[in-house]
Design a protein around this ligand. Structure first.
Ligand SMILES: Cc1cc2nc3c(=O)[nH]c(=O)nc-3n(C[C@H](O)[C@H](O)[C@H](O)COP(=O)(O)O)c2cc1C
Length: 328
């Protein structure tokens, strides 16, 4: 379907679906502005919801906004809408992540591929629980690699020693975080009465256990508030994937976010559980060590843990009216 304007009810629905995207600490660092006159929709990063400690360059924030943008594209395709998206269209307005308007181009195959991911929007959750030892079949890995490529990013499934190296870097970053403390984690963790009713942040119910040995290192959410996560045995061979982009600037981060969400939704569609890890990316000295040692090029944007197991707990989202503004 091609229209010259996006109608208000349509836009509201698209925004609601976009906001189911993952974001660092579930901060939902986005705002959507609908311009009635032009019928366009702006996706803006909300600087008040950044992570000054863990994400001073706003890389994770732009990745989160990219994931929301991808969801919006999926929801639009599901409604038969073709969209035209300009990324970071105004140099003097760095928080304007994307301007979205109805488009005319777009092949039926591309729209169909996006629409097929729609049921996964509400089923995708971050899982911080142990997976079983069942390896991902090669065709699953190849499928996810192609999904990342479709958005211009690269997904690598590292082998034996490289996985161990990544786990060691995650461990080092995690130990540093425990020593130094991370005020962002504490700010966004939701404990106390009915934490599952909070409309942002990570509820304790979604935090999951930590590994009882050195096989895996989950984020220690409880450190800042003096609360211990349970210790359990995780899979012996974590199945990790590294998402990288050729460049390392805001457009590349938005691209990475779209590719990330495409991989996550495709994995969800085929019952593969997913978790995300950025501790070593939050420290400059560790981040460059993460680059693919064979190919060398590219900037690592995300580490994923994939497998068969619990899909993760539901985290809530802010009401649409908190993130959506209509202007003349
Ligand atoms: C850029 C980015 C970084 C993230 N880093 C981590 C992380 O290091 N550890 C973790 O457990 N989850 C991480 N997450 C997952 C978020 O905590 C999760 O998306 C958020 O709490 C919302 O939950 P949901 O994904 O289940 O909807 C990250 C997500 C994004 C988009």
């Amino acid at each position: 379907m091609s229209t010259s304007h996006l109608s208000l009810p349509t836009v509201r629905d698209l925004v609601r679906e976009a906001a189911t995207a993952p974001s660092m600490h579930n901060a939902q660092p986005w705002r959507f502005v609908h311009h009635r006159g032009t019928g366009t929709l702006d996706l803006r990063a909300d600087p008040a919801r950044g992570m000054p400690h863990a994400d001073p360059d706003h890389r994770a924030q732009f990745i989160s906004c990219g994931a929301a943008l991808f969801n919006l594209r999926v929801a639009a395709a599901h409604s038969g809408l073709v969209l035209h998206t300009s990324l970071l269209p105004e140099a003097e307005d760095p928080w304007l992540v994307a301007r979205i308007r109805p488009g005319t181009e777009g092949t039926a195959a591309a729209t169909g591929a996006l629409a097929s991911l729609y049921p996964a929007l509400s089923r995708r959750h971050t899982s911080r629980f142990p997976f079983d030892e069942h390896p991902l079949p090669d065709e699953v890995r190849q499928l996810l690699i192609r999904e990342a490529e479709a958005e211009g990013a690269r997904l690598l499934f590292p082998g034996g020693w490289h996985v161990r190296f990544l786990v060691d870097l995650i461990a080092e970053a995690e130990h540093h975080a425990e020593d130094a403390g991370d005020p962002d984690e504490t700010r966004w963790l939701r404990v106390g009465t009915a934490p599952e009713m909070a409309t942002d942040g990570v509820p304790w119910s979604a935090v999951g256990p930590r590994s009882s040995d050195s096989a895996w290192y989950s984020r220690d959410f409880g450190h800042g508030i003096g609360r211990e996560q349970a210790r359990v045995r995780f899979e012996r061979r974590p199945q990790l994937a590294v998402l990288s982009t050729a460049d390392d600037d805001p457009p590349a981060w938005v691209l990475a976010g779209q590719a990330l969400e495409r991989v996550l939704l495709a994995a969800t569609t085929i019952q593969v559980a997913t978790g995300l890890t950025t501790q070593p990316l939050e420290r400059r000295s560790l981040r460059w060590l993460l680059r693919d040692p064979v190919q060398g090029h590219g900037a690592v944007q995300m580490i994923l843990r994939l497998g068969y197991g619990p899909t993760g707990a539901v985290t809530r989202r802010r009401p649409v009216d908190d993130i959506f503004v209509v202007e003349p």
